[in-house]
Write a protein that binds this ligand. Structure first.
Ligand SMILES: [Zn+2]
Length: 56
């Protein structure tokens, strides 16, 4: 199951999530980034970094 934690990117944030699919997980990450990090959207460079640290 794909898993992601903000601290994997060196963020000082205790949030983590897992989902059944990569797409679902990316959607959760986008929602979290918007609500808790004030990012309207995740820039492509960050998406690449996120994908690198996701464990599945
Ligand atoms: Zn976070």
């Amino acid at each position: 199951m794909p898993k992601f934690a903000c601290k994997d990117l060196g963020m000082e944030c205790g949030w983590e999530a897992e989902a059944d699919t990569m797409d679902e997980l990316m959607q959760k990450i986008a929602d979290h980034a918007k609500h808790d990090h004030g990012m309207e959207e995740i820039p492509p460079e960050l998406v690449e970094q996120v994908k690198k640290v996701i464990k599945d």
